[in-house]
Ligand binder design. Structure first.
Ligand SMILES: Cc1cc2nc3c(=O)[nH]c(=O)nc-3n(C[C@H](O)[C@H](O)[C@H](O)COP(=O)(O)OP(=O)(O)OC[C@H]3O[C@@H](n4cnc5c(N)ncnc54)[C@H](O)[C@@H]3O)c2cc1C
Length: 424
């Protein structure tokens, strides 16, 4: 008997879990299911287009499908029908002995300040998906201005800053589409103020991300609110100090880092943002920055397509991701929107052990149909060969200086995959 396992979400945590499960048992068949016709989640649609080295992890994940016999079922959304899902979780569980939800957390956290809905205010998830050509954002074009404030102190905030500050030639080797590069340079960006609520030594970005900024050709950096220098200080502080001392002599943009400022409100004229207001953490001092664009990069949340709260609250072991034998949660969906790609690996290994132990203790009744039942019901799903055809279409005939030209519409992906068009 083959144990049928469905992992919903073909992002890093789903892929690492399939890898770990495959090493523990050989009487299993695993399908990675994704709502998009293509695999790899935020590696494709979150990681910055100019960080192709990080995106290279997909070569490791490809071995799952090419060597380990894992199946890919794309273009199938699992969840609540009210959220446009194709199949409910209960229906999917009928087809498989084990179902793992690894669907990530894709909604942007809100700041919760007055004025947050003004025009000219954008959230990080939207922008990073937009620059990565995610089909959800096709046609939604942000009108970026010259004076930008970024609220947030994590790596995603730094990704956004770097993309805004780069000159077109600095995207060489990336997969950032020409249309994006053109719009970025037409925006005529002059200043970026990046403002964090925490003090500099508690900022959440990695020092390596700060050091990378020092290589930008047309940007000058100012770093405010640093404590006095000390021997052997935190690596983030050292990197920030170095950045403040570096900077291009022919700079046409200025980036200012500020720490310890709590966002209070955004104000504007004619419905469009014109000022961002902050107060000093733990004090009364005020800071007002004039801007025409405000970007919030303060973390991610549940998109509510699946009742995550209810799943976590009825879990027998929420920390391990075990809701009950046969149903599990993994990755960001389980533990919240924290952690890098490699950090999902250790989690996946632990969860795989838990699933294997539960399978020993509660052997499944057997003979579930798995993907055969899905394919009989939906002729619009894609498979791994379909993804390879999409990949080929995206990497053939690329513009000079680019490694890929992404298809941005689901229907174009389905056409390239040779699957039926979406009928939803
Ligand atoms: C903007 C951004 C940039 C990042 N950059 C880096 C970086 O440079 N380096 C790094 O190490 N980490 C980076 N990270 C963190 C990294 O992306 C995460 O650690 C990792 O992607 C989490 O993996 P996951 O599989 O849990 O979720 P995800 O990668 O989000 O994968 C979830 C998958 O589930 C699918 N899905 C969602 N809902 C459904 C549904 N209802 N039915 C079926 N499928 C569904 C999605 O399409 C997606 O493919 C970044 C994160 C963000 C947001």
């Amino acid at each position: 008997m083959t144990v049928q396992i469905a992992i919903v979400g073909a992002g890093p945590s789903g892929c690492y879990l399939a890898q770990a499960l495959g090493k523990l048992r050989d009487d299993i068949h695993i399908d990675l299911i994704d709502r998009l016709p293509v695999p790899y989640g935020l590696v494709r649609y979150g990681v910055a287009p100019d960080h192709q080295g990080t995106k290279g992890v997909v070569r490791q994940f490809a071995r799952l499908f090419e060597k380990q016999g894992v199946g890919f079922v794309g273009n199938l959304r699992i969840g609540d029908p009210e959220h446009d899902a194709d199949l409910t979780l209960a229906e999917l569980r009928e087809f498989y002995d084990v179902v793992v939800l690894a669907t990530g957390l894709s909604a942007d956290r809100k700041l919760g300040i007055p004025g947050e809905e003004l025009d000219g205010i954008f959230r990080a998830g939207f922008l990073t998906r937009h620059w990565n050509d995610h089909p959800d954002e096709a046609g939604r074009i942000p009108g970026l201005g010259r004076n930008v404030v970024i609220v947030g102190n994590g790596n995603v905030a730094i990704d956004i800053l770097r993309i805004l500050a780069k000159t077109p030639h600095e995207f060489e080797g990336s997969d950032l589409a020409d249309t994006h590069t053109q719009r970025l340079s037409e925006a005529g960006l002059q200043t970026i103020d990046i403002v964090g609520r925490s003090p500099a030594d508690a900022a959440r970005f990695d020092p390596v991300m700060i050091r990378e900024l020092g290589k930008l050709s047309a940007t000058r950096f100012v770093v405010e609110d640093l404590p006095p220098a000390e021997d052997g200080e935190d690596k983030r502080l050292a990197a920030l100090r170095e950045l403040g001392e570096a900077g291009a002599s022919d700079a046409d943009k200025t980036v200012t880092f500020r720490f310890g400022w709590v966002p209070e409100r955004a104000t504007g004229a004619d419905g469009t943002v014109s000022e961002a207001h902050f107060h000093k953490a733990g004090g009364g001092e005020e800071l007002v920055i004039a801007c025409d664009t405000l970007i919030t990069a303060i973390g991610f949340d549940d998109d509510r397509a699946m009742d995550r709260e209810a799943l976590l609250s009825r879990a027998v072991d929420a920390e391990a991701g075990a809701v009950e034998p046969g149903l599990y949660l993994a990755g960001w969906f389980k533990r919240g929107p924290r952690g890098t790609i490699p950090e999902n690996r250790a989690d996946a290994q632990e969860l795989a052990k838990r699933i294997a132990a539960d399978l020993e203790a509660h052997p499944p009744a057997g003979d579930r149909p798995g993907a055969t039942a899905i394919r009989a019901r939906f002729d619009t799903v894609t498979d791994y060969e379909g993804w390879l055809r999409i990949d080929e279409a995206e990497t053939a005939d690329v513009p000079d200086g680019r490694c890929r030209r992404k298809l941005t519409l689901v229907e174009d992906m389905l056409a390239a995959a040779g699957a039926k068009r979406e009928t939803r």
